[in-house]
Design a protein around this ligand. Structure first.
Ligand SMILES: Cc1cc2nc3c(=O)[nH]c(=O)nc-3n(C[C@H](O)[C@H](O)[C@H](O)COP(=O)(O)OP(=O)(O)OC[C@H]3O[C@@H](n4cnc5c(N)ncnc54)[C@H](O)[C@@H]3O)c2cc1C
Length: 445
């Protein structure tokens, strides 16, 4: 590459969602010159962070944006519960400790949080809600980064990375044109690989065929591949992911939270042979829908249907797309292209079972009926690269890359290898991004 296409910077950040933006701001505030490249065009910048609503924080007492208290030990206990203890404890404790200061830090960098006294929030002492959602957070952080003098290029992808003890050399591409960046340190915050269908097919097999990607189509895992090819230690399980039940009629990418189907405990879920998949009332917690993604992925054609009667429809609440409605079960079967006799037998068996259950379960009898077609919706994969407590990437052979850092989803599997805690994604991205940015600036200095 010619000298005209080569530029020099202290810190190069790849990925412009929560982790990359926090890294860029932290590095710039620490005095480094910073360049941020984001693969998506400006209108779609911000990765999955655009879809987030709230983030989890430890705190001793009430604040304007969070009630009561949520002690670090409670946060730790919740994390152990969902991961079964399979987590990097020192790193997890660093995350929890730093979560206590991340809300004021984000506010100081322009992010607005929803105030409790406006009365529009569900009660949550564990999480703070973003005012205007993740998109507003992303826009605020981009504005702050730009104001601080971070050089930002959207529609620009990190395509190659070489590094040693003295510095890094990266290649970035915009609209087919390549450029070389010589950086003293690099932060890779490019997310997971959930938007690469070929890769999903390798790791999830047939279950991947019709998986819906709930977030950005730009999270293709390229940044992770560059690190792994350069010798980074992988962590997590490439065939494990957070997968939920989504409306099959939603978009293939970027449907966000509104395509999620949350009324499962109020009806029955059947596959294309009209067979029920599992007990719909075994888990009635707010997060029950996350149990259903993998079950739907294992169905024939990865397709299932949630069927409710009038009573269930009222309880299930509104959905982005209206359900398929029918005056009778036979007509519903016809509209869903299910075998009417098989569906009738399944509903009869469910109603007979419901009559004998303790506590009582309502049978499916109040006509008309309604149904939503369901597909598995992938939120993020539980796979990334190993890092130390300074977010430096660990290399095979017990080595550390002193000038290469990973933040956010790209390293989340160090802490979260299975399961999920509501609001952990953004907290993890913001906290690790901030640490990576500060450490990258220090390495560059
Ligand atoms: C529908 C949905 C709802 C969610 N709701 C919540 C919530 O309420 N609370 C919560 O805490 N979490 C939530 N999450 C998870 C949360 O959004 C993520 O954990 C968090 O945004 C991760 O941020 P990140 O910066 O690590 O990366 P990502 O958001 O994954 O973004 C990675 C970025 O890197 C860019 N990129 C990729 N490859 C390259 C490359 N080669 N070069 C340059 N740029 C590249 C992408 O364009 C993207 O902008 C939700 C996720 C989804 C999908």
């Amino acid at each position: 590459m010619s000298d005209e296409t080569t530029s020099r910077v202290d810190v190069l950040v790849a990925g412009g969602a929560a982790a990359g933006l926090c890294a860029a701001i932290a590095a710039r505030r620490a005095g480094a010159s910073v360049r941020l490249v984001e693969a998506a065009p400006a209108a779609l910048r911000g990765g999955n962070t655009r879809h987030a609503r709230n983030f989890r924080i430890a705190h001793d007492g009430p604040a304007r944006y969070v009630p009561d208290g949520y002690r670090p030990e409670e946060f730790w206990a919740d994390l152990v519960r969902v991961t079964g203890g399979d987590t990097d404890e020192p790193l997890a404790r660093t995350l929890i400790r730093a979560s206590a200061t991340i809300a004021p830090w984000l506010i100081a960098n322009g992010v607005l949080l929803q105030a409790l006294d406006q009365g529009v929030l569900p009660y949550s002492r564990r999480t703070a809600f973003l005012f205007g959602g993740g998109k507003a957070m992303v826009n605020a952080l981009y504005a702050t980064a730009r104001q601080l003098g971070v050089a930002i290029a959207c529609g620009t992808e990190l395509t190659a990375l070489r590094f040693g003890d003295d510095g890094c050399e990266a290649e970035v591409a915009q609209a087919g044109t390549g450029a070389r960046v010589i950086a003293k340190a690099v932060v890779v915050a490019t997310g997971g690989y959930q938007a690469d269908p070929a890769r999903l097919r390798i790791d999830f097999g047939a279950a991947a065929e019709r998986m819906v990607v709930r977030g950005s189509p730009y999270c293709t895992g390229r940044g992770l591949d560059l690190l792994l090819d350069a010798g980074a230690v992988p962590v997590g399980d490439p065939a494990s992911a957070h997968i939920v039940a989504v409306d099959a009629r939603g978009p293939r990418f970027d449907g966000g939270i509104v395509t999620r189907i949350t009324g499962i405990p109020h009806g029955i879920v059947v596959d294309r042979t009209a067979k029920r998949l599992a007990d719909e009332r075994a888990d009635t917690r707010r997060t029950h829908y996350a149990q259903w993604g993998a079950r739907i992925a294992a169905c024939p054609d990865q397709l299932a249907y949630l069927i409710v009667d009038q009573d269930g429809l009222r309880r299930a609440g509104p959905t982005a797309l209206p359900p398929v409605a029918a005056p009778t079960l036979a007509e519903l079967a016809r509209r869903l292209e299910l075998d009417p006799a098989a569906l009738d037998a399944t509903v009869r068996a469910f109603n007979a079972e419901a009559a004998g259950r303790e506590p009582a379960v309502r049978p499916l009898t109040a006509l008309p009926l309604a149904a939503w077609p369901l597909l598995p919706g992938l939120t993020f994969t539980h796979f990334g690269v190993a890092v130390d407590a300074r977010m430096r990437v660990l290399l095979r052979g017990d080595r550390v890359a002193p000038r290469v850092f990973a933040a956010g989803t790209a390293m989340a599997a160090n802490v979260l290898r299975h399961g999920y805690l509501a609001g952990l994604g953004v907290t993890l991205a913001a906290v690790t991004g901030r640490i990576a940015g500060e450490e990258a600036a220090r390495a560059a200095a």
